[in-house]
Design a protein around this ligand. Sequence first.
Ligand code: URA
Length: 239
Amino acid sequence: MSNISNKLLRLDRYLASVTDYSRSDAKKLIKAGEITVDGLVVRDPAQGVAANAELTLNGHSLRAASSRYIMLNKPQGYICAARDRRHQTVLDLMDEDNPERLHVAGRLDIDTTGLVLLTDDGNWSHAVTSPQRKCWKRYYVETAEVINEQAQLHFSRGVFLKDDKARTLPAELEILGERVARLKICEGRYHQVKRMFGAEGNLVTRLHREAIGDIVLDADLAEGEYRYLTAAEVASVQK
Ligand code: URA
């Protein structure tokens, strides 16, 4: 079963999130009968709408472009691949037409939770994932051992990871507690965060992606739920 049908967002909130209208302006537009949802005029701001609903304002589609840009709150146990014989994939959480056209912009490991971006726009996902574009990925990290304060310096200089030829690019480590930290990296090497902490003799026990560039995981999305990005979120990644 997909999560989109379970996840109905209030129409006024949804409208405010996909446009520049404030919540109160969105309510006025809805009450004035200017909004349609999947072809029908809806006048109740509290009505639930699905994340992939087609909204129009005065007959104009509110989708910014024909491409799709989606954020998903990934639970543990799902892999970031189109299909897999053994595991469920993030696409199994979605109720989208032509899901095979979507790809993940920056994969997470099966046991990592949090923000996953999916799109059918290859230029956009390249801007998200290419190290040259310096798009930050922010992770919340818990570790088995006490985090060495020197790790801050090591990560800011870059570290050599086993089998990699070059140091990691400068990364920012904020130590939040003995075994808790926030790490910002602008690459997406294989198991990068786990291997960086491994290089410090530590073990990552929990990893959660909170943000990619200016796109922050929506606190309203429960694990397994997703929504379309707002036009401002899409534009925050410079193609
Ligand atoms: N780094 C990791 O080690 N795993 C992830 O899932 C993401 C970044």
